[in-house]
Design a protein. Structure first.
Length: 117
C-alpha cells in the first residue's frame, strides 16, 4: 500500500520556524524525485521545493529560496522527506503536500501550516 504521510504542520508566529516531515512507503521512493507543494485557500497548488532521488540537487520556488530547506533520508525502507521552514511569513500559510514522481505522481493528504502576523 502506497502511503505518503505528512506531519509537523501547525500554527506559528511570523518569523518562526517549522519542520515538516513526510514518511513515504509502499514503493521504491528512494529512486524517485520528491518535493513539497502548497495550496493556500482559494488558490491553486504550487511548487515549493524539490529534490532528486539522491538528494544532491535541491531546488526551490523563488518565494521560499533562502528560507526553506528540503532534505531526504533514503536510509530505510520508509523514505523520509523534510522541509525546514524558517523566517515564516503569513503568505506561507497553506496546506503543504508531499509528493513523489515515479511512473505517476504520488501525493500525501497534506498538513496545514498557519503563520500569524
Amino acid at each position: 500500500q502506497v502511503q505518503l504521510v505528512e506531519s509537523g504542520g501547525g500554527l506559528v508566529q511570523a518569523g518562526g520556524s517549522l519542520r515538516l516531515s513526510c514518511a513515504a512507503s509502499g514503493r521504491t521512493f528512494s529512486s524517485y524525485a520528491m518535493g513539497w507543494f502548497r495550496q493556500a485557500a482559494g488558490k491553486e497548488r504550487v511548487f515549493v521545493a524539490g529534490i532528486s532521488w539522491s538528494g544532491d540537487s535541491p531546488y526551490y520556488a523563488d518565494s521560499v529560496k533562502g528560507r526553506f530547506t528540503i532534505s531526504r533520508d533514503n536510509a530505510k525502507k520508509t523514505v523520509y522527506l523534510y522541509l525546514q521552514m524558517n523566517s515564516l511569513e503569513p503568505e506561507d500559510t497553506a496546506v503543504y503536500y508531499c509528493a513523489a514522481l515515479g511512473m505517476r505522481w504520488y501525493w500525501g493528504q497534506g498538513t496545514q501550516v498557519t503563520v500569524s502576523s
